[in-house]
Design a protein around this ligand. Structure first.
Ligand SMILES: Cc1cc2nc3c(=O)[nH]c(=O)nc-3n(C[C@H](O)[C@H](O)[C@H](O)COP(=O)(O)OP(=O)(O)OC[C@H]3O[C@@H](n4cnc5c(N)ncnc54)[C@H](O)[C@@H]3O)c2cc1C
Length: 304
């Protein structure tokens, strides 16, 4: 693809929201990563869907990002089109049903539910990123997860009419879904969650504050991707990395947090290559010492 191809196909759809050769660092929570060949900042579902469909029709690689809270973008950047999802309209139905566009911030939705006295999303206070990312990853914490609340997700796919997927089709598991495993392109446009109305906002606020206090106590400060690896069955990735003697290890600008070994901190000038070197080191050491293969929770994106 030449830059002109992107201009011809995407400029008429996206206008000033199309950026060519766009550095990704500002769109990822880890604050690093090379440039996307083409990047669309989609502030509506209509633009998100139109840009995705136009790029799919060309056979281009398309990556839709929410908050970039669970992705590590390669230093060499990303080929094809990245669509950064900022479509964030929300509506609250009387029956405790929340319908939101997929670019809505999960923490903002959780706060809004608390203030309305709607129980069921308080666990999401402290999870960065968007509803779309949470639907794909089955985000969760403190015993809650998206799978428990999802009524439907509206999803676009190439050459198919956009339709609502039921929870069963999403085949949710721990931080997993049919979408996360899916090799074919798709875009989550909206989702509906079932909450429980008529709860006491004061009690929900107290619960949220207790979750936040726990995070403040246990989560390291600084730019990171949250948990780097999934917890293996009946164990903790952080415990294994610490027991392998790697707490506090630094490669380049990336540090295995001395506070929590499953958190890798970008100390400022870290690169994706530094992250990858630490990831491989942790996997190798833990496999050699304990025979456990640590599986990444974060996704590697682009030209590694
Ligand atoms: C400090 C910190 C704490 C965290 N704590 C938790 C936690 O407690 N629990 C937890 O589960 N996670 C946690 N995470 C990880 C992260 O917040 C979640 O995975 C979150 O759901 C990611 O959302 P996102 O919008 O940033 O997704 P992104 O990182 O932008 O994308 C994640 C994946 O979803 C895809 N995607 C995103 N939106 C769409 C869409 N609309 N359509 C199609 N595909 C899409 C992307 O292509 C990518 O494959 C934490 C991360 C950080 C940095």
């Amino acid at each position: 693809m030449t830059m002109n191809d992107y201009e011809v196909v995407l400029r008429p759809i996206a206008g000033a929201a199309l950026h060519l050769n766009a550095p990704m660092a500002r769109y990822t929570v880890a604050r690093l990563g090379g440039a996307a060949e083409a990047l669309v900042l989609a502030d509506s579902v209509a633009l998100l869907e139109a840009a995705a469909r136009a790029a799919w029709a060309q056979g281009w690689q398309v990556r839709i990002l929410g908050g970039g809270a669970n992705v590590l973008v390669a230093d060499r950047g990303v080929r094809g089109v990245v669509i950064v999802n900022r479509a964030a309209q929300v509506s609250f139905e009387e029956s405790g049903v929340l319908i939101a566009e997929s670019g809505a911030a999960l923490i903002g939705l959780a706060r809004a539910c608390i203030e309305r006295g709607w129980d069921g999303l308080t666990w999401a206070i402290g999870i960065p990123g968007t509803l779309g990312g949470a639907v794909v990853n089955n985000a969760g914490a403190y015993g809650g997860e998206i799978a428990q609340r999802l009524l439907w997700a509206e999803i676009a796919e190439p050459e198919q009419p956009t339709r609502r997927w039921a929870p069963a089709e999403l085949a949710y598991a721990y931080r997993e879904s049919a979408l996360k495993r899916c090799q074919a392109p798709f875009a989550v446009l909206r989702a509906a969650l079932q909450l429980q109305p008529n709860a006491d906002p004061e009690a929900l606020r107290a619960q949220a504050e207790s979750h936040s206090a726990h995070r403040r106590r246990t989560q390291p400060n600084g730019a990171s991707l949250g948990s780097m690896f999934k917890n293996p069955p009946n164990d903790y990735a952080g415990r294994l990395i610490e027991a392998a003697g790697l707490k506090g290890t630094q490669i380049g600008g990336v540090l295995i947090s001395p506070q929590h070994a499953n958190w890798f901190i970008n100390t400022g000038d870290g690169t994706a290559a530094d992250y990858l070197a630490l990831i491989r080191l942790a996997q190798e050491r833990v496999a050699a010492r304990f025979g456990v293969q640590l599986e990444l929770e974060v996704e590697l994106i682009g030209d590694f």
